[in-house]
Design a protein around this ligand. Structure first.
Ligand code: Z5A
Length: 209
């Protein structure tokens, strides 16, 4: 049986995670891997309900601390019910966002200290960390322009550019401090060029296992 692999996709708004997730899943299938595609917040019934509160509560003021804890409550359920069982069965878990997003959004964006996030991360996840993270990086304005083509903005999308600039910086700092796990994809390029970068990283990673 193949070893389970945990791959996460990260990036700011409109960076192309959802678009490229389909391409990555197909690439992994061709490599003969069974893939579980999931997302955060979400991936379980509780996670999807938490997502609805976190993204779509217009009137509710949610403190940064509560926002972080809700992300981790959803994550805990996700890890127990979806991620660990799939990894134990030798599958690839392909997850649209995970804990790097908490450091970027609740840490960089909302101003929570990374040390506080790390305490909860260790408690909820134990030793579980992604094996590979693809960071889709794009300048804030360009990403927002792509995302802006869509309908109603969610709670995060209503924030100012400064918020997203801090998020981008946090992601890039994390990638610089963990270059083996977090690989930067220049998401401002054409879709074809983005796919080429993804394949280069996946080939090196999957064939190196
Ligand atoms: N969040 C958090 O705060 N803390 C946490 O711990 C976690 C999450 C886990 C979840 O939203 C929100 O939760 C997120 C962070 C927060 N909030 N925000 N903002 P999400 O992940 O579901 O939504 P999102 O980040 O807003 O995703 P997105 O804007 O849909 O981005 P995307 O998936 O990276 O982009 P996309 O939909 O694939 O592409 C956007 C558009 O660009 C689309 O029209 C594509 O056709 C187009 N596109 C994509 N690639 C290209 C290229 N290369 N060229 C041209 N056009 C392109």
């Amino acid at each position: 049986m193949s070893r389970g692999l945990f791959i996460t996709l990260e990036g700011g708004e409109g960076a192309g995670k959802s678009t490229n997730l389909v391409f990555i899943r197909q690439w992994l299938h061709r490599e003969g891997r069974e893939v579980v595609v999931t997302r955060e917040p979400g991936g379980t019934e509780l996670g999807e309900r938490a997502r609805d509160i976190l993204l779509h509560s217009k009137q509710l003021h949610i403190s940064p601390e509560s926002e972080m804890l809700l992300m981790f409550a959803a994550r805990s359920e996700h890890i127990i019910k979806v991620i660990r069982p799939a990894l134990a069965a030798g599958k690839v878990v392909l997850c649209d966002r995970f804990t790097d997003a908490t450091y970027a959004y609740q840490g960089g964006g909302r101003g929570l200290a990374p040390e506080r996030i790390a305490v909860i991360e260790n408690w909820v996840q134990g030793e579980l960390r992604p094996d590979l993270t693809l960071l889709f990086d794009i300048p804030v304005e360009a990403g927002r322009e792509r995302a802006g083509q869509r309908s109603e903005p969610d709670r995060f999308e209503r924030e100012e550019n400064d918020f997203f600039t801090r998020i981008r910086k946090t992601y890039l700092d994390r990638a610089a401090s963990e270059p083996a796990r977090m690989r930067i994809i220049d998401a401002s390029r054409s879709l074809e060029q983005v796919e080429r970068q993804i394949v280069a990283v996946l080939q090196e990673f999957v064939h190196g296992q």
